[in-house]
Design a protein around this ligand. Structure first.
Ligand SMILES: [Zn+2]
Length: 732
């Protein structure tokens, strides 16, 4: 009946029959049966890693909805044929009345299938039976009823190897199969199966078996076989098996026949021809510690043992990847599939090295890996790479530099803080200006806490653009040439320096602290000690809040420019909490121009916090006709934001104090990018102009050119010295 269908595994059948006939001696002989065959699962539950398939099949059997044609796809050795055989057992088991999801394994049918002698289960190797004639034979045999069981089950392996004609010949049978026939096709390449076939079968995709699962299974096998193989060794086997249970078990066979009943990880590596892990670690540790000797020794040994260098570099890549991952975060080590002891070693190694070094080493190694495959003498490629690998050093220079700068800043603040404290009479103010705190920690003073004029003996640390002159130090601090003259801190525009030397100016003006680059400004003429003192100005402008409003110009000082807003301030909403009571702006003298008044109004608004930012910075004066001042905004969005606060109490109070003739703001969208410019745009343009000017100054001065040449430096970005330097974002 089924003579036409060529049956594969013929030899297996004979082998198994022989075994059965051996009876009592079979125990001994069984140890020669390949592990993969001996431990082949006989129940759905034993098929590991394919629960999604086995559960579905069992349910189908339970519900009596078993399809007549299946396609099992997946990599080799993941359990396709095994599953097909278990399915055949389930369909033909004689223990119950019908098909069962749990074949008994002992009945005649079950044991026949296990031994491969069941006449109703026909296994066909698609690769060698791929012609039209073969399929015709199969089609003929399909018509006959099963000999013993309920169903005739055709298991066609490597079905993608069938010719086009063979597939066509199969099609008709698949369309109208006799009720007693079940086809199970297995393939590693489902994309080669014609759609006409695919649409007539129920497809199951088998997954690669996870390494852990393979290891667990191998452990069980070892227990059963009385083999003692280290866990590391089993992992090596599982990894070499690449997710295939059959391959892994074949490898286990190889180990067992080579090493006997017990094998260490090293022995397993040797048998499998894998690079000794110790050599890999030697190499990696050599790289991260910059020890060229160690790396070269490792390469020497790899070469001497006859390991494949391409394999070695590939393993190195994985090792570097693992070392990088374990160092990334505490949780990332679950993505690293290595034994416990190796994991500890990796973690220890990752602690000593910055991920930056590992990442760069990885890229070098990747290049090496590609070159090794092509190079006539791969060892040289690897040795040359050592020179690059050991010179990879962490890019810590900048971090350390920035840390140092921060440290200096804190010291300076501390010095000034203690100097200022000498002049205090009221201890109540102590907390307000705690200058020992790092710059970022300076508490933002409340608007309400600083009345416009303070008592002469108290220096309050208040935000604002007003500059504390060294005269403060002269008036209160003991030694005139002390700290301030020691380091010259470059600062912003030195406006009104001489005017502010007067004590009155000092008393009414708060100190400002700045965090800025500690860079000495290039000066052509040596300044006098007095000048130096006068220019020491610690500012923290722009960090916590925008500048305070201009002080009312004294008629006698009316020629002085109103302090200009420079740079774009970073507003911190939390630091500028709205006070309960609105404090009106300082009224301007009658002589003040409209421009000055408007400027004062916007500055006053700006101090109201982040919500007024758009109104203060992103609007431009477009005209005024009582009772409304017309402002324009550059964008629809800004307009919406500004309109949301245009009727705020602060606006009203500002207007009534500074511009009494006007009672409201009228906001419109500016047409295009043209004038009038907003304050933010002005500031940006001014900054760009200054940078141009600075760049120009640096590039044209011969001294600077000499300096650049001498150090082989290039001119990078020019940043105005009065802008806060970009500080590293470290949490402290
Ligand atoms: Zn059975």
């Amino acid at each position: 009946m089924c003579e036409g269908a060529k049956v594969s595994h013929e030899a297996d059948r004979w082998w198994c029959r022989d075994l059965a006939s051996l009876g009592a001696r079979s125990e001994n002989v069984m140890s020669y049966v390949a592990i993969a065959r001996k431990w082949r699962p006989t129940r759905f539950e034993d098929i590991v890693g394919q629960g999604h398939v086995t559960r579905t099949l069992q349910n189908a059997i339970r519900l009596e909805r078993v399809h007549h044609a299946f396609l099992f796809t997946g990599a080799r050795g993941v359990g396709k044929t095994t599953c097909a055989r278990v399915l055949a057992r389930a369909l033909n088991c004689e223990a119950g009345d019908g098909a069962t999801p749990d074949p008994c394994g002992t009945c005649g049918s079950c044991s026949e299938i296990a031994s491969g002698s069941a006449s109703d289960v026909i296994e066909i190797d698609g690769a060698s039976n791929n012609s039209v004639d073969d399929i015709r034979d199969l089609r003929d045999s399909v018509r006959y009823l099963p000999q013993r069981g309920r169903r005739k089950i055709y298991i066609v392996d490597e079905v993608h190897m069938l010719s086009r004609g063979a597939f066509n010949a199969l099609l008709k049978t698949l369309e109208e199969p006799p009720a007693h026939v079940v086809f199970i096709f297995a393939t590693t390449e489902p994309h080669k199966i014609p759609d006409t076939i695919l649409s007539r079968v129920q497809r199951f995709d088998f997954k690669r078996i996870p390494m852990v699962t393979v290891v667990e299974r191998l452990q069980k096998v070892c227990e059963g076989e009385g083999l003692k193989i280290s866990e590391g060794g089993l992992r090596l086997i599982a990894r070499a098996g690449e997710g295939s249970m059959r391959d892994s078990q074949s490898l286990l066979d190889r180990i067992a026949s080579f090493a006997g009943d017990a094998a260490t990880t090293e022995q397993v590596a040797e048998v499998l021809g894998l690079v000794d892990r110790a050599l890999l670690y030697d190499m990696l540790e050599g790289v991260v510690r910059g020890e060229a000797d160690r790396c070269l020794d490792a390469i020497d040994r790899v070469d001497a043992y006859g390991f494949d260098l391409s394999e070695f570099t590939s393993e190195m890549l994985e090792l570097i990847r693992n070392a990088t991952l374990v160092g990334l975060s505490p949780g990332s080590k679950r993505h690293v599939d290595v034994p416990e002891d190796e994991l500890d070693r990796l973690i220890a190694l990752a602690k000593d090295v910055s991920s930056d070094v590992l990442v760069r080493s990885f890229h070098v190694m990747l290049e090496v890996h590609e070159q090794v495959a092509r190079a006539p003498r791969p060892r040289m490629v690897l040795e040359m790479a050592v020179a690059r690998l050991v010179s990879i050093r962490p890019a810590r220079g900048m971090d350390q530099l920035l840390e140092r700068v921060e440290l200096l800043q804190r010291r300076v603040l501390h010095q000034v803080g203690s100097g200022a404290r000498l002049g205090r009479s009221s201890p109540a103010n102590e907390s307000e200006g705690d200058s020992q705190a790092p710059p970022r920690a300076i508490s933002a003073p409340q608007n309400v806490a600083s009345p416009p004029v303070e008592s002469a003996s108290v220096l309050s640390f208040r935000r604002g653009p007003l500059r504390k002159r060294a005269a403060t130090a002269a008036a209160t601090a003991p030694a005139p040439e002390s700290a301030p003259a020691a380091i010259h801190f470059q600062r912003g525009p030195l406006k009104r320096a001489s005017a502010e030397l007067r004590p009155e100016a000092v008393l009414t003006e708060p100190i400002e602290f700045a965090r800025r680059e500690l860079i000495e400004a290039p000066r052509t003429d040596a300044p006098s000690a007095e000048q130096l003192e006068a220019e020491v100005d610690f500012e923290r402008r722009g960090l916590l809040e925008a500048p305070a409003p201009a002080p009312p110009p004294d008629p006698s000082e009316s020629n002085l420019p109103i302090p200009q807003f420079e740079g774009i301030p970073v507003s911190v909403a939390a630091a500028t909490a709205e006070p309960e009571v609105l404090i009106p702006p300082m009224p301007l003298p009658a002589t003040a121009t409209m421009e000055q008044r408007l400027e004062a109004l916007l500055a006053y608004l700006e101090r109201g916090g982040a919500r007024f930012d758009a109104l203060a910075l992103d609007t431009a004066f477009a005209g005024a006709s009582a009772p409304a001042i017309r402002l324009v905004c550059p964008s629809e969005f800004k307009l919406r934001v500004t309109r949301s606060v245009q009727d705020h109490e602060r606006v009203k109070l500002g207007l009534s104090t500074l511009l009494p003739e006007y009672s409201r703001l009228e906001l419109q969208l500016r047409s295009g990018d043209g004038p009038p410019r907003t304050r933010r745009e002005e500031a940006r343009l001014a900054r760009e102009a200054r940078i141009r000017e600075l760049t120009n100054a640096v590039t044209t001065r011969p001294l600077h050119q000499q300096f650049l040449d001498r150090f082989g430096a290039r001119l990078g970005a020019v940043v105005p010295a009065d802008e806060p330097p970009p500080l590293p974002t470290q949490s402290r």
